[in-house]
Design a protein around this ligand. Structure first.
Ligand code: PEP
Length: 253
């Protein structure tokens, strides 16, 4: 059975003390609110990973927001999957739209980042999504299919099963515009059909696909009630302990 996950993405926010303080609140609140078959993950800036892993107390998984595709070497300023793993982190975002847009990350690069992350036993949360132009000009199915084909479908079945997907329409990230539950379900069903065509129905049924894009306590329940949506990747609302916990709680309601 596929896992339900609510993952927070703190982006480039919170200094060291602010991160510890918010995370401590989240651990205490989420401990009482999550259900047994649900995972909660916080993807934090690198400076937080080790401390948060120690505070997580088995309640919350810790993820990085990026990792380098090479094992090690002369890549000043970069952080490897092995380093991330050594902090106690368990997950890593791959291909967030802000990485694709501001750091020119291509599907080919993301394909190799995914392989390296898996080699170090990190769970990649692989993000795909279309821009507003692509939504408006009707090319979005093709865009998403290319992101899947070029970024993920090089994996064999065993490795693919270790990946979590996140559908994040770029036009909904940080904008306050959310995909309607019907729009999101339509795309999640499309993604699941592509996975089925590539890896078969059993793999497709078991793949966790998160929705991300201005998800908040008011819209999470309707989104998560869709049959192909298995949780959320939460940006802005993960910076408020009450909002984030309320989103986690929607799985119990
Ligand atoms: C994100 O950064 O992945 C995201 C979904 O952000 P927001 O929830 O703020 O739209």
């Amino acid at each position: 059975m596929r896992k339900k996950i609510v993952a927070g993405n703190w982006k480039m926010n919170l200094d060291y003390n602010e991160g510890i303080s918010l995370f401590s609140e989240i651990v205490n609140m989420v401990r009482d609110e999550r259900s047994g078959d649900q995972s909660v993950v916080i993807c934090a800036p690198f400076i937080h990973l080790n401390s948060l892993s120690q505070l997580a107390a088995g309640v919350i998984g810790i993820g990085a927001q990026n990792s380098h595709q090479q094992e090690s070497g002369a890549f000043t300023g970069e952080v490897s999957a092995k380093m991330i793993k050594s902090t106690g982190a368990t997950h890593v975002l791959v291909g967030h739209s802000e990485r694709r847009q501001y750091f020119a990350e291509t599907d080919q690069l993301l394909a190799s980042k995914t392989v390296t992350a898996l080699q170090h036993n990190l769970t990649p949360i692989f993000c795909i999504g279309e821009t507003l132009d692509e939504r408006n000009n009707g090319s979005y199915y093709q865009v998403l299919e290319t992101q899947l084909n070029d970024g993920l479908f090089h994996l064999d079945e065993a490795d693919f099963r270790r990946v979590v997907l996140a559908y994040e329409p770029v036009w909904a990230i940080g904008t306050g515009l959310t995909a309607t539950p019907e729009q999101a379900q339509d795309i999640h069903a499309f993604i699941r059909a592509k996975i089925e065509a590539k890896y078969g129905m059993a793999v497709s049924d078991d793949t966790t696909i998160l929705y991300g894009g201005s998800c908040n306590p008011s819209n999470a329940a309707q989104l998560f009630a869709q049959k192909d949506i298995d949780g959320g990747l939460i940006g802005g609302a993960s910076l408020k302990s009450r909002d984030f916990t309320d989103i986690v709680k929607t799985f119990n309601s």
